[in-house]
Write a protein of this length. Structure first.
Length: 222
């Protein structure tokens, strides 16, 4: 067996949640994404891109970053106790899934938008970038898989390129109607794609898999 190809995975949790919701509620698959399926897919793609055996590609770190609504804010936003309990139970169940997969969770209190009272994430991309670069410097990953779409991650990727860490980007482009004349669009930053070593257009791979990818693509879902 040759030297290990050491892989780290970093998730922008808010983005991943939107992608998973899309496949559950808007796509014909009507299923959510599987962490285990994604990790196995990344290992296989890393082996193919790096020209090594899959068994030598191992995930040594996986991290999840997202904003979290604190309990007092949850009480204000959802005064109905039944609805609040449903949402908090769903959040806890999802956290259990992340923990059982061995992913390290990083959660940061969300900010509240003045006037609307809507929660929004602020600074998650900075936090993810700092942690990813720090770990890459000290642990010397060969490949860092980034599940994200925002161009704000370009500086991170450039820094990782500078220390010789190859970046594999898992990105999805999709759109769907959210009301009369209204369309929600999610696209992966072209600047981000340009900076990454390996770019996986996951929406295309899922909808049009190559014969050798069919089983792995199916296993991306639970």
């Amino acid at each position: 067996m040759g030297d290990l190809t050491r892989i780290a995975i970093f998730y922008d949790g808010n983005y991943f949640g939107k992608v998973s919701d899309y496949y559950r509620y808007q796509h014909t698959r009507q299923r959510r994404l599987s962490f285990d399926g994604i990790h196995n897919f990344i290992r296989a793609e890393a082996a193919a891109q790096e020209g090594v055996e899959e068994r030598t590609c191992q995930i040594v770190e996986s991290h999840w970053f997202r904003g979290r609504i604190l309990t007092p804010t949850m009480q204000e936003r959802y005064p109905d106790e039944t609805e609040r309990l449903r949402r908090m139970t769903g959040e806890r169940s999802f956290q259990d899934i992340v923990v059982s997969t061995g992913i390290v969770q990083h959660e940061y209190p969300v900010a509240i938008e003045e006037g609307t009272g809507r929660p929004y994430e602020k600074g998650i991309d900075v936090w993810l970038s700092l942690e990813a670069y720090d770990l890459a410097v000290h642990k010397r990953f060969d490949v860092l898989a980034l599940v994200a779409c925002d161009g704000d991650y370009v500086p991170l990727v450039r820094k990782l390129n500078g220390i010789g860490t190859r970046v594999m980007l898992l990105g999805w482009d999709f759109s769907y109607e959210i009301g009369p004349g209204r369309v929600h669009v999610t696209k992966t930053s072209q600047n981000l794609q340009t900076e990454c070593t390996y770019v996986l257009p996951m929406h295309q791979i899922i909808d049009h898999p190559e014969p050798a990818q069919v089983e792995r693509v199916n296993n991306l879902f639970v």
